[in-house]
Design a protein around this ligand. Structure first.
Ligand SMILES: [Zn+2]
Ligand SMILES: [Zn+2]
Length: 125
């Protein structure tokens, strides 16, 4: 009776997805759903930079209106509506919009001039 044990084949486990699967014969591709792909393409199509990506989302969530002065915007002046990060961290972009506030450029300026002047326009447009 051979107690041959086929060693448990460890799966790679939580291995981060390789950026580009090279053409190997591996069938275990993590199935990226069509929806995910579509979302990604949509997000990147226009700008390819998530700076503008979150802006669009924030406008979607909070509406085309300044949260401070209540000025409403339309397609003609929408570029004057900017997205403020409540915690000041531009990398903190929860998709539910909890860190975003839509502010017109004036209110946004005002908001920032209280403290240090941020780089809020640096990557926002
Ligand atoms: Zn305003
Ligand atoms: Zn801001």
């Amino acid at each position: 009776m051979a107690r041959t044990r086929f060693g448990p084949r460890r799966k790679p486990g939580l291995r981060p997805k390789p950026p580009k699967p090279k053409g190997d014969a591996d069938d275990q591709k993590p199935a990226e759903s069509a929806k995910e792909i579509a979302d990604r393409l949509k997000g990147n199509a226009a700008v390819g930079k998530n700076a503008a990506d979150y802006r669009r989302k924030s406008l979607d969530i909070h509406g085309w209106i300044c949260a401070k002065c209540g000025m409403e915007f339309n397609e003609n002046n929408l570029h004057l509506l900017t997205v403020h990060h409540r915690d000041g961290n531009h990398k903190n972009n929860p998709t539910n919009g909890s860190n975003w506030e839509n502010l017109c450029v004036h209110c946004h300026d005002d908001e920032h001039s209280r403290g240090m002047l941020g780089d809020y326009l640096g990557d926002g447009r």
